[in-house]
Each structure stands twice: as C-alpha cells, then as structure tokens.
Design a protein around this ligand. Structure first.
Ligand code: 13P
Length: 247
C-alpha cells in the first residue's frame, strides 16, 4: 500500500502576521497517517521552518530555477531551498506553464535541478478544458510526463511525486469527479509501468483542483489517488486539517 500525502499550495497568498496562526494551527492540528506539507511563497520559507521544524509537517516551495547558480536575476536555486529546510518543490504547476512560459523542456530541467539539490519534486500535469473537450487529456498528460521521463529517466520518480491537476478544476469549484480523476491517475500509473512496474506501483500520484473537506474522502478513496495538492482550502486551517484527516 502506498502512503498518502497532502500538500498545500498557498500560491501568492499570505503575510507574516497572517501566516503565523495558520502554520501553528496546521502543526498542532495535524493527525492521521498521511504525510502533510505546505508549499509557501519564498519570503515565508524561514517562517515556515521556524514554526514547523521538529513537527510532522514538511514545507516546500512552489517553483525552482533550472540553474544551480549564477547571473539569473530573480531566480531561486534548489540549494537555496535546501538551505531553508525545504523537502518538496512544485514543478510545472499549470499557472507556471500558462503565465510564465514554463514549457515541457523547462519543467524537465527544473525537475532535474530539484532532484540534484536533494529536493522531492512534485511534477504537476493536467489538461485544459479545451483539451479535455477535444478528448486529448491522455495525450497531453502523457506528453508532459514523457518530457521529464526522457531527460531524467524513470528511476528518478522513486524520489518524486506526480500531481494531476486538471486546469479546468483549479480554483473553479469544479472538481473532477472521483471516476474522472481515477481514470487519469490510472493512465498516469500505466505510463510509468511501461518503464518500470516497481516505480509505478510505489509512485504517489496526488489529485489537485478544488479539493474541499466535502469531496476529499471520496477522491482519496480511489485506488490510484494517493492524496491531494490543495490550493484555496490550504489557506483555511480547519479546511486543510479536515482534508488531511480524510487522507
Ligand atoms: P484549488 O484547490 O484552489 O483549486 O487549487 C489547486 C491547485 O492549483 C493546487 O496546486
């Protein structure tokens, strides 16, 4: 049996004063068997470490540079994230892909850089509404995964996590049904199984997109859904803790 993971993605939300209570409540309130993490904006990594260190909740970032160091103004390297105690980093979130030009090749390079630095990359994949309606979900998700597989190889995924986040379900209140999500999760696992049955069976595949306390249990009950990547609901301690408990 794979263990479950619930990761919060705060996106560009928070303030030093507001975060304090949220982080403390998550640290104090988390129970159950699922691993829990929060991916916070860069300026709050030190705060996340200060509050969460020594507890069971891990922390991480939402993006990482594909470069190790150098003249790359505004970028943050994997080693810098490790300096702040990060365990996880999101790569290829759909908002990075659509607003900041993270192509499949860039995402693959960031994935490699994260692993090299000793981080656990959470590779985000997912189709847009138009792609789903055109019946190309499988094709899109496979293309996004193949870009990383061809540069990093399947063995890299024994130290990584995949998150399926259909773009049409992110922040829209429109969740993929458990059956819709399970179908894509199974397809993702089959894709990995083509390269390594062992890696595929151990791989945590998270679902993200309008996960709420009311739908988490059913989603996480699907055979190939190993937890969630939580946006909006990770900003409300009570909701996030309820989702963690559901896992
Ligand atoms: P929501 O949970 O707000 O839909 O966001 C999902 C997401 O993008 C997490 O990375």
């Amino acid at each position: 049996m794979r263990s479950k993971l619930v990761a919060g993605n705060w996106k560009m939300h928070g303030s030093l004063s507001g975060n304090q209570g949220l982080l403390q409540a998550v640290r104090d309130g988390v129970k159950g068997n699922a691993a829990v993490a929060v991916c916070v904006p860069y300026p709050y990594l030190a705060q996340a470490r200060a509050v969460l260190e020594g507890g069971s909740v891990a922390w991480g970032a939402q993006d990482v540079s594909e470069h190790a160091q150098g003249a790359f103004t505004g970028e943050v390297s994997g080693a810098m994230l490790v300096d702040f105690g990060c365990r996880y980093v999101l790569v290829g979130h759909s908002e990075r892909r659509s607003f900041y030009g993270d192509t499949d090749a860039v995402v693959a390079a960031k994935f490699t850089a994260a692993l090299k630095a000793g981080l656990t990359p959470v590779l985000c994949v997912g189709e847009s509404l138009a792609e789903r309606e055109a019946g190309t979900t499988g094709e899109v998700v496979t293309r996004q995964i193949d870009a990383v597989l061809s540069s990093s190889g399947v063995a890299a995924f024994s130290s990584a996590v995949v998150a399926y986040e259909p773009v049409w379900a992110i922040g829209t209140g429109r969740t993929a049904s458990p059956a819709q999500a399970q179908e894509v999760h199974a397809l993702i696992r089959q894709r990995f199984a083509r390269d390594s049955a062992e890696v595929a069976s151990g791989l945590q595949i998270l679902y993200g997109g309008s996960v709420k306390p009311g739908n988490a249990k059913e989603l996480f009950g699907q055979p190939d859904i190993d937890g969630g990547l939580i946006g909006g609901a990770s900003l409300v301690a009570e909701d996030f803790l309820a989702i963690c408990a559901a896992a």
